[in-house]
Design a protein around this ligand. Structure first.
Ligand SMILES: [Zn+2]
Length: 95
């Protein structure tokens, strides 16, 4: 899948091919991204003020405020079904 990622070591922001996420625990929900918003936090991340790649990666995929659709759920998820709309956002640092 295509993603916008930052590479902190080289101070680059690039369009990349990123492996499609997989359900790895029974309580996870997988979303298909429909729309992504850009906020002040993204501005700080893309100017390398902060943002740390996950363990094992040289880059951090941006897009933490998004509208999506549930495409898959873990075996223990009961109340959320594929096809349902979803909104993802964080409330930390986005001022
Ligand atoms: Zn934000």
């Amino acid at each position: 899948m295509k993603a916008i990622a930052i590479f902190p070591k080289t101070h680059e922001v690039k369009l990349i091919d990123h492996e499609e996420p997989k359900i790895t625990t029974p309580t996870q929900v997988k979303l298909r991204t429909l729309e992504v918003g850009v906020c002040g936090t993204d501005r700080k991340i893309t100017s390398f003020q902060f943002g740390t790649p996950p363990a094992g990666y040289e880059y951090l995929v941006i897009g933490h405020e998004m509208l999506g659709e549930v495409v898959e759920v873990g075996s223990q998820v009961r109340d959320i079904k594929p096809g349902r709309g979803a909104r993802l956002y964080d409330r930390v640092g986005g001022r």
